[in-house]
Design a protein around this ligand. Structure first.
Ligand SMILES: Nc1ncnc2c1ncn2[C@@H]1O[C@H](COP(=O)(O)OP(=O)(O)OP(=O)(O)O)[C@@H](O)[C@H]1O
Ligand SMILES: [Mg+2]
Length: 399
């Protein structure tokens, strides 16, 4: 009997046909020997092959890459179990390796597919292969994985960068302290000039008295005592100075008034030469536990800023005031000067690194570093405001 060519399955009604050709899935009816009995529109579009040309062909002729044994085994299992079997894109590993048109950005050469093998006509050992294209999803997943990797790398880079900034930041503090040291040395030299000349004249007068035979014991004692006192003062200033430039590892209890006195002492000559009235209303009993030198560095920065402002400004009655307020947990101190105030547009930027209105003479790091020291090292906060010709610096510190 002459074999008749397989017609698209005769049981397929018009409705079935329409549906089968409308679904967004591939549908192939296969028998156990892998012969094709139906091939829907979707498959025809994907493979560019008409149903008539593939009917009766073995599917392996169409897709030479198919693992014939695996597919056959899976079909057998389905028929035996009379139950649909289902393979996801990751496990089907393109059971039917449909080469996809290389869409832009696609990561895959073959369609990533979910494949269901459904018993169709058990008596005639036919199954339906339903293929769902998951390439889009797989692409998205692959892209996602790639992006996650990128984000991870970026994150690592950021962390490294942050570490660098932290390091740079520490260096900034050190270099600003060194710059302050330079300034301080010139101030100390200035402060020493007068006591040194007192020592000088005392020694000269001793010499003269000796030559003239006028040197008596009490005159010698008096002069030597005076010289001793001055030398003590000189060595105190240098000790303070040395102490200030030691990094402070531990917090210590300090009297607030004394630290301001020390700061003022270092800048006294400048205050005097600018004719600035310095008033400090700080209760002698107030103590705080803090990193002494960091705190001193901040105060020096602030006092220096006021001095600079006075220098540029020709106020007649120049003054700078330090006042304090206390709450249960906080110590609030305010430094106010009448050195001209700060304009609104300047005020917005003063805490930015390298922002300075002092063309050549300012690094613009003073307030940036002060804020860092107060916030990061001293766990406090600093605010600066201005009204008319006055500037108000408010520092709040934990007690
Ligand atoms: N008391 C003040 N009165 C007027 N302007 C001030 C005062 N304090 C700060 N400023 C303004 O804030 C700016 C930033 O201050 P900051 O201490 O950060 O840098 P700088 O003083 O310019 O530079 P450096 O601290 O290196 O000397 C100053 O340039 C100045 O314009
Ligand atoms: Mg400054």
């Amino acid at each position: 009997m002459a074999q008749t060519k397989t017609q698209p399955d005769s049981r397929r009604t018009f409705l079935d046909n329409t549906l089968v050709n409308l679904i967004n899935n591939g549908l192939i009816i296969l028998d156990e020997t892998l012969k094709i009995h139906a091939y829907n529109k979707w498959m025809q579009i994907q493979t560019n092959k008409q149903e008539e040309t593939v009917l009766d062909q073995k599917i392996t002729e169409l897709f030479p890459n198919i693992n014939e044994k695996v597919l056959q085994r899976k079909i057998k299992t389905t028929l035996l179990m009379q139950n649909a079997t289902y393979y996801t894109a990751s496990t089907s590993n393109y059971l039917i390796p449909i080469k996809i048109n290389q869409i832009q950005n696609s990561k895959f050469e073959y369609m990533q597919q979910d494949v269901s093998i459904v018993p169709y006509d058990v008596a005639n050992k036919k199954v339906a292969l339903i293929i769902t294209d998951q390439t889009g999803m797989a692409n998205t997943n692959a892209l996602l994985r790639e992006n996650i990797l990128k984000v991870k790398k970026l994150n690592e880079a950021l962390i490294q960068e942050k570490a660098l900034t932290q390091k740079q930041h520490e260096q900034l503090i050190v270099s600003s302290r060194n710059a302050a040291m330079g300034e301080m040395i010139s101030m100390i030299a200035h402060q020493w000039r007068q006591p040194l000349s007192v020592i000088n004249t005392s020694i000269a007068s001793l010499k003269i008295k000796k030559e003239l035979g006028l040197l008596n014991e009490s005159a010698t004692d008096n002069t030597l005592q005076r010289i001793e006192k001055i030398v003590l003062y000189l060595s105190d200033t240098i000790n303070d100075f040395r102490d200030y430039f030691k990094p402070n590892k531990n917090q210590t209890v300090i009297h607030l008034a004394s630290i301001f006195e020390k700061a003022f002492d270092l800048l006294k000559t400048e205050f005097e030469s600018e004719n600035i009235t310095y008033t400090q209303s700080i209760d002698e009993n107030i103590t705080i536990t803090t990193y002494k030198n960091d705190f001193l560095q901040v105060i020096l920065n602030l006092l220096k800023n006021s001095l600079d402002a006075f220098h540029e400004n020709n106020a007649t009655q120049k003054w700078l005031k330090i006042t304090t307020k206390q709450t249960k947990e906080k110590l609030i101190l305010q430094i106010t000067d009448n050195a001209g105030g700060i304009k609104k547009e300047v005020l917005k930027k003063i805490f930015e690194p390298y922002y300075s209105t002092k063309s050549k003479n300012g690094t613009g790091l003073g307030l940036y570093i002060s804020q860092k020291l107060i916030e990061d090292h001293l766990q406090g906060s600093i605010e600066i405001s201005s009204k008319d010709n006055q500037t108000f610096v408010t520092i709040s510190l934990p007690k």
